[in-house]
Design a protein around this ligand. Structure first.
Ligand SMILES: Nc1ncnc2c1ncn2[C@@H]1O[C@H](COP(=O)(O)OP(=O)(O)O)[C@@H](O)[C@H]1O
Ligand SMILES: [Mg+2]
Length: 239
């Protein structure tokens, strides 16, 4: 079943055509990679699916409903959660309280939200630091917390925006394990990522965006060998 679907989506910011015309889908249970050079329009595609930006043209569908233009909390309640490329935890709040913010979406009752948040942090191997203020975390810790916060909303689909950027190889491998755990738990994943090694190992399918258009949509091996994809990446420095 197709869980998320972009249908002929465009996004213009004044004269800037960030997304020209993009269609693709994410099937239930998949891990799909969304890649492309800087400025290709990846984060903008996330913003249109999560309600942070309206589309200029086209539609976004999720679980049988049209969602573009709906407010972010409503989309989150339908089961679509996202992380942000620039992570901004509530710094003075503890890790537990940060994750409880997510858990309150489904569990307005405080003790239940608490238990759900603890369960998520246990799954993430962070349960020994529940009371630690978020601002004291390393970058890797903040990225994990960002994923934990989103997962605490119990999404069917999780959009991850560069959650491995800036991590060491060991931290990256840990994040890859975490993403696989998320999928085993029944959550579908669409991820924007620059680390090609991670994308190729993690994803069932990869969609490539270049200058606001989709230039490839296939299995990782086919994408890696595609001449248009290689040209897009080789030309990145000239953009
Ligand atoms: N809110 C905005 N207002 C104006 N231009 C934007 C806005 N958001 C993104 N852009 C522009 O749209 C293009 C695509 O940006 P983005 O989606 O962030 O790319 P990516 O995530 O692939 O690096 C870039 O040229 C960027 O400067
Ligand atoms: Mg981006």
């Amino acid at each position: 079943m197709e869980l998320l679907e972009y249908r002929g989506v465009a996004k213009h910011f004044g004269g800037l055509r960030a997304i020209e015309e993009v269609s693709f889908h994410v099937g239930e249970g998949e891990i799909v990679g969304l890649i492309g050079p800087n400025g290709a329009g990846k984060t903008t595609l996330f913003a249109m699916a999560s309600g942070f930006q309206p589309t200029t043209r086209g539609e976004v569908w999720f679980a049988g409903r049209r969602i573009d233009g709906r407010p972010p909390p409503e989309i989150c309640r339908l089961g679509l959660a996202r992380t942000f490329q620039i992570v901004r935890p509530f710094g003075e709040m503890s890790m537990l309280d940060n994750v409880m913010v997510g858990a309150f979406l489904r569990h307005p009752d405080r003790p239940r939200a608490h238990d759900r948040a603890v369960a998520v942090l246990e799954r993430f191997g962070m349960a020994d630091r529940l009371e630690q203020p978020a601002r004291t975390l390393t970058l890797a810790g903040r990225k994990r917390l960002e994923v934990a916060k989103a997962l605490a909303t119990e999404p069917r689909l999780l959009l991850l925006d560069e959650v491995m950027a800036g991590l060491t190889p060991v931290e990256t491998a840990e994040m890859m394990d975490l993403i696989r755990t998320v999928r085993r738990g029944g959550t579908t994943v669409l991820l924007v990522e620059h680390n090609m090694h991670a994308v190729m190992r993690l994803c069932d399918r990869v969609v490539v965006i270049h200058h606001g258009r989709k230039i490839c949509d296939s299995d990782p091996a086919t994408v890696a060998a595609d001449p248009d994809v290689i040209a897009a990446y080789l030309g990145e420095d000239e953009d």
